[in-house]
Design a protein around this ligand. Structure first.
Ligand SMILES: [Zn+2]
Length: 297
């Protein structure tokens, strides 16, 4: 059974806030960064950071919104349509033939699950609405943990995806782990991709001033500190922040997560969106905070 611990309205109201204050929040994608010399993984990320600090506007809060389509397009479509409607562009990481991690762990079986992509729809988002489509690599699990084979699968995926999209960014999928605890991040980029495909997150990563992630909500250690509203209030002008969202956790009808039960913000959120109140917003506090602290127009 799919579990949806967060109301879709909670994310949509976040999009409302950042599109309402467009003079403060600047939403960018990985393509907007300066990728010179990125083949040199040890030095590239700090260099990019130094470069960024020179050209960014110190009065703006920069956000990259990344969605990993771990369960396929159907769970993401409302979210993406909402962003499109508000002219907010995000990074969409697509996955091919993912493997059920639980079965690998428990009975060493490599069963794939369906994870549809919808090429025409994503292609329109990319070409007309400036979204970025990236590769959510899962070749290591699909090779049954064979490094050579994984590299071939990696190449074949890129070849296929590039027929439709301009794939420039790469983020390994969590996925199953082998006997040594390794997963997709263990597979290095094929040599010919080193100056072409940009490794943005997990193992190697772009430097951010803060990362908000709903990933791994099952094992979350500090459930009190997982409210996106607090993260947005704490973001500082001149900073660059990642909002890492898995659409498979969001729906109109929520399955309350036991991980957060008893947590003040989570209970309040469930109550608010269940009542579907339109007169007030769950994000009012954030709106007021922005109006009080920044020069808004
Ligand atoms: Zn993933």
């Amino acid at each position: 059974m799919m579990e949806y611990p967060f109301p879709l309205g909670y994310f949509e109201d976040f999009i409302d806030i950042i599109s309402h204050f467009k003079d403060i929040f600047e939403v960018i994608t990985y393509r907007d960064l300066d990728w010179i010399d990125d083949a040199d993984k040890e030095n590239f990320y700090p260099k990019e950071r130094a470069q960024w600090l020179k050209y960014r506007d110190p009065n703006k809060i920069y956000l990259i919104i990344q969605h990993d389509l771990d369960s396929g397009i159907q769970d993401a479509i409302d979210m993406l349509n909402y962003e499109k409607k508000h002219q907010i562009k995000s990074v969409i990481m697509v996955l091919i033939d993912p493997i059920n991690s639980r079965l690998v762990k428990n009975i060493n079986k490599f069963n794939t699950y369906p994870c549809p992509i919808d090429i025409p729809y994503l292609s329109e988002l990319e070409k007309k609405f400036f979204f970025e489509i990236g590769y959510h690599g899962n070749a290591y699990e699909r090779s049954h943990f064979n490094v050579e084979l994984a590299r071939e699968i990696f190449r074949a995926d890129l070849k296929y995806l590039r027929k439709h999209f301009s794939i420039q960014s790469y983020c390994p999928h969590g996925g199953p782990i082998d006997f040594n605890g390794r997963s997709n991040g263990f597979i290095d980029l094929p040599p010919e991709e080193k100056n072409r495909l940009k490794w943005v997150l997990i193992d190697y990563r772009i430097q951010f001033d803060g990362i908000f992630s709903d990933g791994g909500h099952y094992g979350v250690k500090e459930p009190d500190n997982c409210d996106l509203r607090d993260f947005i209030k704490a973001a500082k002008p001149g900073g660059r922040y990642l909002i890492h969202i898995h659409p498979c956790y969001y729906a109109r009808v929520v399955t309350p997560s036991s991980n957060f039960s008893g947590t003040h913000w989570y209970e309040a959120m469930l109550k608010f969106y269940r009542a579907n109140s339109t007169k007030t917003s769950f994000w009012n506090d954030v709106k007021e905070f922005i109006e009080d602290n920044y020069a808004t127009q």
